[in-house]
Design a protein around this ligand. Structure first.
Ligand code: GLA
Length: 464
């Protein structure tokens, strides 16, 4: 009897971003049947992919993220009793795929954390408003007693390393601003999108970061929330995490003929499960040994010079580390814990080299002086070097990601790397359009259950 072999193709395995208008209409209808009243609006915030700059945002390094067309939608209506009632249409959230329990908070904490953080604006308790213009704080502070009914749907794979949690936080932040703040009242419906200046968005990003770090307890660094609120269509954000200043670099030249594709390995990762924090703590212990202690307000970024840092500085820093650890196998971090010196050295090397790769990419993407194929080849090479470092130095990769990277490169991709926090999540591939199907077929041979997401740099959080 003939054997039929069903092979999934790129098209069949695509995870679509969906049609925002259709999604919004469906969500509004579901809102009515869930809460027995109409939603007053729908807000969207995107997930992200990061070209380079993993595990360095919390060291003040440069990151190069872009907003995805995929994101989280929130339909909402206000309440005056201070209560947040939340429901999701997302089976992955609903089934508890985001773990809950004493050491792993439920997805609802991300939402409550954002309201808590916005309510703290202007109280002097947040540390956010030290330099912020008081008018911005007034604009974005919810009125007393503000609460909301919320219905949530996400098209970013939950736990896929593409910032589903930041998309959730940022979409809810916009909903709260739209429904319960002076800026929202003065700018009804779609008007809010253009009324939100970059300064408003930067302050909102800080509020969402604070929700994730202080309320949820994930020691993340702010990359995800920044790009979700401040990304732009056809742009890669060049984000300097020392002060969260951004440049928006045009990708039109690079992406003429080439595409970014995210491969979701379907191995979920969680930033609250301890491994992420452990890697960060080891890097901070290495930094402290070199005199850049977070406890004293320093960041590892200071270990490299301000302008055009050269590789030499990395070598010098590593030599300095070796000299200081010549007679010991453990070092003490700024948190008072002891860490394995060899592991800390690897984290240090990853962080410094990743920072250099970001600086190089920033220059390449700013200049646009290269021939197209040459530029894609150079950028791809940097991406792949980033993966090797994630695998061997940061040690946050995992076998499925390594195999997908190798397969994509063998099938002709210009570059490929694991993105996000690691220990699960997605691989980002840069590939010529003509080779996309070959790359997808090679990846699907490794695991027929993979999902692909088109990564076209998209607009930031907005009203839909
Ligand atoms: C997660 C965190 C970010 C960043 C990345 C790794 O996405 O939320 O802050 O640290 O991991 O680069």
């Amino acid at each position: 009897m003939a054997q039929w072999c069903l092979v999934r193709t790129l098209d069949a395995a695509r995870h679509p971003a969906g049609d925002p208008e259709q999604i919004t209409a469906d969500l509004r209808a579901q809102f009515l049947s869930t809460f027995g009243r109409d939603a007053e609006g729908t807000w969207f915030a995107p997930g992200r992919a990061n070209l380079n700059g993993e595990h360095i945002d919390f060291h003040g390094g440069r990151c190069l993220p872009m907003a995805l067309p995929h994101g989280t939608y929130v339909a909402a209506a206000p309440r005056t009793d201070g209560v947040l009632q939340m429901r999701t249409l997302d089976p992955e959230l609903d089934s508890g795929v985001i773990p809950s329990g004493p050491e792993a908070p439920s997805w609802t904490h991300y939402v409550s954390g954002v309201l808590w953080s916005l309510q703290g604006l202007g109280t002097g308790a947040t540390g956010l408003d030290d330099d912020a213009d008081p008018a911005l704080i007034t604009d974005l502070t919810p009125e007393d007693g503000f609460g909301a009914d919320l219905l949530i749907l996400s098209t970013v794979p939950v736990g896929g390393g593409l910032s589903s949690s930041a998309a959730l936080e940022c979409a809810c932040a916009l909903a709260f601003v739209g429904l319960g703040t002076p800026l929202g009242h003065e700018n009804p419906e779609e008007e809010l999108t253009s009324a939100l200046t970059d300064d408003h968005r930067a302050l909102l990003a800080q509020a969402c970061i604070r929700a994730e770090v202080e309320f949820v307890g994930a020691g993340t660094g702010g990359l995800d929330q920044t790009v979700s609120l401040r990304g732009a269509e056809n742009r890669i954000l060049s984000l300097d995490c020392r002060d969260f200043s951004v440049n928006r670099l045009n990708t039109a030249c690079l992406l003429r003929g080439y595409r970014f594709l995210a491969v979701d390995t379907r191995q979920a990762h969680w930033l609250v499960d301890g491994q992420f924090a452990a890697r960060r703590a080891e890097a901070e212990a290495a930094g402290a040994l070199l005199g850049f202690s977070v406890a004293e307000g320093h960041q590892l970024r200071e270990a490299l010079p301000e302008r055009r840092p050269k590789k030499l500085h990395v070598t010098e820093r590593l030599t300095e580390f070796d000299e200081k650890t010549a007679d010991r196998t453990q070092i003490t971090g700024p948190d008072g814990q002891d860490y394995d010196a060899a592991a800390c050295r690897r984290r240090l090397k990853h962080a410094l080299m990743e920072m250099l790769r970001s600086e190089k990419l920033h220059t390449l993407l700013s200049e646009e002086a290269f021939g197209l194929d040459h530029m894609a080849a150079e950028i791809g090479e940097i991406m792949t070097a980033g993966h090797v470092s994630m695998r061997d130095e940061a040690e946050v990769s995992f076998p499925a990601a390594d195999r997908i990277v190798d397969a994509a490169l063998s099938a002709g991709a210009a570059g490929a790397r694991l993105i996000g926090g690691g220990f699960g999540g997605s691989v980002l591939v840069l590939v010529h359009e003509d080779t996309m199907h070959d790359v997808a077929a090679a990846a699907l041979k490794i695991d027929a259950g993979l999902r692909f997401l088109d990564v076209s740099p998209s607009a930031a959080a907005r009203v839909v």
